[in-house]
Design a protein around this ligand. Structure first.
Ligand SMILES: O=C(CO)[C@@H](O)[C@H](O)[C@H](O)[C@H](O)COP(=O)(O)O
Ligand SMILES: [Zn+2]
Length: 201
């Protein structure tokens, strides 16, 4: 006998489940603290020697790349010198030309090869760790002598072995992983600003 269909969840039930899941994933982050601190240190070292931070990702992770570049170039919590950071997700002429003429998977890699220099830092953001455009960016960065930091989830996917440092959020849920990525990104900005900026809160 066919089972009767479940009634749809109420908005409050969906919201409560999301809040619970978010809190559970956040509570599982402390084991990542040493890697977060290491990445923050490498970010500070990069900025201290005027290296650039390049960031890339797709969909929500493109938004994260832009959000973090904006914090670094502009300000996070206090006034200080602008930090050189660039999201590789914003120039629609470059993105459409490279996707159209070469292939979507090259959209970030091409910019890494054009703009990245040894000593720069690529922050590659992919919740699955398997987006071809992000993998190609990491490969290009390695080839060009950049340090590669991955913000991932799940197992870290094929991005993990391409990274010098990989922060893998222990969750299978893309939105929850993204929420932790922006939390980690804010921590990185906070450390950079407190270490390199004049404190004016
Ligand atoms: O924001 C979301 C889902 O929360 C989506 O836009 C999501 O970012 C896209 O599906 C991405 O293409 C997923 O790519 P990735 O994180 O696996 O590299
Ligand atoms: Zn999203």
């Amino acid at each position: 006998m066919a089972s009767s269909p479940q009634p749809p969840l109420l908005p409050t039930e969906i919201a409560a489940a999301a809040l619970r899941e978010h809190a559970e994933v956040a509570a599982a982050l402390p084991p990542l603290l040493p890697t977060i601190a290491e990445l923050a240190t490498r970010l500070v070292e990069t900025l201290r020697r005027d290296g650039r931070v390049l960031l890339c990702g797709n969909g929500g992770s493109a938004a994260d790349a832009q959000h973090l570049a904006a914090e670094l170039v502009g300000r996070f919590l206090c006034d200080r010198r602008p930090f050189p950071a660039l999201a590789l997700t914003t120039d629609t002429s470059i993105l459409t030309a490279v996707a159209n003429d070469i292939g979507y998977m090259e959209v970030f890699a091409r910019q890494v090869l054009a703009l990245g220099r040894p000593g720069d830092l690529l922050i590659a953001i992919s919740t699955s760790g398997n987006s071809p455009s992000v993998l190609r960016a990491a490969e290009a960065a390695r080839q060009q002598g950049l340090m590669v930091a991955g913000l991932t989830g799940r197992t870290g996917g094929r991005l993990r072995p391409l990274c010098d440092l990989c922060l893998c959020v222990p969750s299978e849920a893309t939105p929850r992983i993204q929420e932790m990525h922006i939390l980690i990104g804010h921590i990185l900005c906070d450390v950079a600003e407190r270490t390199l900026g004049e404190v004016e809160r």
